[in-house]
Design a binder for this molecule. Structure first.
Ligand SMILES: [Fe+2]
Length: 249
């Protein structure tokens, strides 16, 4: 069976066309300059976030019980994450916080939700917790700290799974900043790589890191079940102050 086009169960995959990776910000600027214009709060928040490292360890950790909780997730809950036409990529995901009205199965990636709604909903508005989130009490401490959070999801990279080099919302007026939590024991034997600025970053088990995802990053897994959580935190001055208060250094 052609696993580039079909799931392991033989169903035709909901493929997302390949993109060039370029976003035409200048075209957006010409059409409507307000789309790319930062507010005073954007500039204040981004200047403060600039004081942090690109990969900043946080003092709130996931509880040890998260490993068993992840293992008890039914296998069918993991959905292929953003299958691109013609590209084999062994990666899956589960939505933890969804856009209102979008089902758990439909709300995994932005292109899929955009396709369904006809517009791209702001990541800070994905506030509805899913049933899987409620069961993962081992990570609730940091979610409660920043509540309400935006779009959050689990990524499970299997052997050969990857995210190619990319930037996430590099403009000053991004609506959220990102925190990454390493949830499976993937620091063992260099199972998993998160690379930025030409070097591998530490990926300590049960650690959360602020990640400056405006800068180019890529990930790669050499083994199965390397699970991490991506959190989108609404970029407000209050949340930036909360973040600064849990930086370990
Ligand atoms: Fe990213």
């Amino acid at each position: 069976m052609d696993l580039i086009k079909y799931s392991k169960e033989g169903q035709l995959l909901n493929l997302i066309p390949q993109t060039t990776g370029n976003r035409d910000y200048y075209k957006q600027y010409c059409q409507n300059p307000t789309i790319v214009e930062p507010t005073a709060e954007d500039i204040k928040c981004e200047l403060q976030l600039q004081a942090l490292d690109i990969w900043e360890p946080l003092s709130i950790k996931a509880d040890g019980k998260i490993v068993d909780q992840l293992m008890s997730i039914p296998k069918e809950k993991w959905r292929p994450y953003l299958r691109r036409e013609g590209i084999m990529n062994n990666r899956e995901g589960i939505a933890l916080f969804n856009y209102p009205g979008i089902s758990e199965e439909e709300g995994l990636s932005m292109p899929e939700v955009t396709k369904k709604l006809g517009f791209s909903p702001c990541e800070s508005l994905w506030n509805e917790p899913t049933s899987i989130y409620k069961e993962l009490t081992g990570i609730h401490k940091i979610f409660d700290y920043f509540s309400p959070v935006g779009r959050c999801y689990l990524i499970n990279l299997h052997s050969g799974g990857f995210f190619p080099p990319h930037k996430d919302t590099p403009l000053l007026n991004r609506k959220t900043f990102r925190i990454v939590g390493l949830l499976s024991p993937q620091d063992i034997l260099d199972n998993f790589e998160w690379e930025m600025e030409g070097r591998m970053l530490p990926t300590q088990h049960r650690r959360f890191y602020y990640c400056d995802t405006r800068k180019t990053h890529r990930t790669h897994s050499w083994y199965d079940n390397c699970i991490h959580v991506i959190m989108n935190i609404p970029k407000t001055w209050e949340n930036v102050m909360k973040l600064m208060s849990i930086c370990e250094k």
